[in-house]
Design a protein around this ligand. Structure first.
Ligand code: 13P
Ligand code: SF4
Length: 347
């Protein structure tokens, strides 16, 4: 009896903790997180946090995953760059990476003695999946002597054949540091256009040679979405990720990584923001800036959303083979070199 009461009290306390963090956060269909939602999540967050302690595990969650993961169980939440850094420096025995495959793979490359688990299993990314190692090799053979950068949203076999990796937070600065007036940048065709324009704007122009694909979330935004936001909310500040088409980015007030967008909101005096990015980042801003308004037209990454409290707990208790991250040994060392080069150039 006492035990049952104690358990109930712990669940209620946890639900209150979660509700305190999530009450200003939207769910997909417009409603906000309720106390009942938090009570339903509480048994999982309690169990995951307990297992983490017992197994010396750390949870890294990308901002695009769901807010119950981001605020309920993550030890670190952030963009691709911040999470790669955390993965590299952690002393925990187990890294649970709530994100997509290329992110978890990067964690394993950077800290290979750790057990790296991804709750979502082999959750892809339309950018990373747009280019194979064979295609990268062809491109390098086609343009001998031209330096090559790869976006972190790429497979290890692509990273391994590039001079440096970059993230959305450092792509412009790193590209500017690379000598020469031609540069290969893969696998994001839209970011490549934004990169070429930004280098031109900075007075350090380069011809960008690109191949690959687009992000299935950010490639959907159109100039009409920006125009509608401005017509509906005259005071709005519109912010976008550099994976969006250049015609859209040109009309926005700020373009940057998920971390950059958060920093922009933090320092802006505006109170209304149009968000041309994935819903998870909107949720983070709603949680952290409850007095500001965030207008989000659409955009959900189904790959990121494959991470749930349930499969995070399952991965901790008894991981399925697809949740255990291994890197092709043939590529690991060279891919690490390209990621380490990014850390060096990002200084
Ligand atoms: P960030 O590094 O800006 O978080 O971007 C990752 C990503 O996948 C964007 O779609
Ligand atoms: Fe990949 Fe786009 Fe999803 Fe980011 S939002 S993980 S780029 S598919």
């Amino acid at each position: 009896m006492l035990q049952t009461l104690d358990k109930e009290a712990r669940l209620t306390e946890e639900a209150h903790r979660l509700y305190g963090l999530l009450k200003s956060v939207s769910k997909e269909k417009g409603a906000k997180w309720t106390y009942e939602d938090c009570l339903a999540a509480a048994p999982y967050t309690l169990a995951i946090n307990q297992f983490k302690k017992e197994q010396n595990a750390v949870v890294l969650a990308h901002s695009y995953t769901t807010p119950d993961l981001v605020y309920g169980v993550a030890d670190y939440r952030g963009d691709s760059y911040e999470l790669a850094l955390k993965a590299r420096e952690t002393t925990a025995d187990i890294i649970i990476f709530a994100g997509v495959w290329f992110m978890a793979e990067t964690a394993k490359i950077l800290n290979p003695t750790k057990k790296v688990l991804i709750p979502a299993g082999r959750a892809g990314c339309t950018l990373a999946d747009a280019m194979s190692g064979t295609e990268m090799k062809k491109l390098r053979d086609q343009y001998p002597g031209i330096p090559a950068l790869c976006y972190i949203n790429s497979l290890a076999e692509v990273k391994a054949q590039c001079d440096s990796c970059v993230t959305s937070g450092n792509v412009f600065d790193i590209a500017q540091k690379i000598p020469g007036n031609e540069l290969i940048f893969v696998p994001d065709l839209l970011m490549a256009k934004n990169l070429e324009a930004e280098l031109q704007r900075r007075g350090t122009p380069k011809k960008i040679i690109s191949a690959g694909g687009t992000c299935c979330v950010h490639d959907k935004y159109r100039p009409a979405d920006v125009q509608k936001l401005r017509a509906d909310y005259p005071e709005i500040q519109i912010i976008a990720h550099p994976e969006c088409p250049i015609e859209v980015c040109r009309l926005c007030d700020y373009v940057g990584s998920t971390k950059g967008m958060q920093a922009y909101v933090a320092k802006s005096r505006a109170t209304c923001f149009g968000m041309l990015t994935e819903f998870g980042l909107v949720n983070r801003l709603e949680a952290e800036y409850p007095d500001k308004k965030f207008i989000w037209p659409f955009g959900v990454c189904s790959y990121m959303k494959r991470n749930t409290l349930v499969n995070t707990l399952e991965a901790l208790i008894d991981p399925q083979p697809e949740q255990v991250v291994e890197v092709e040994p043939a590529w690991a060392a060279a891919a690490k070199k390209s990621i380490d080069k990014m850390f060096e150039l990002a200084q």
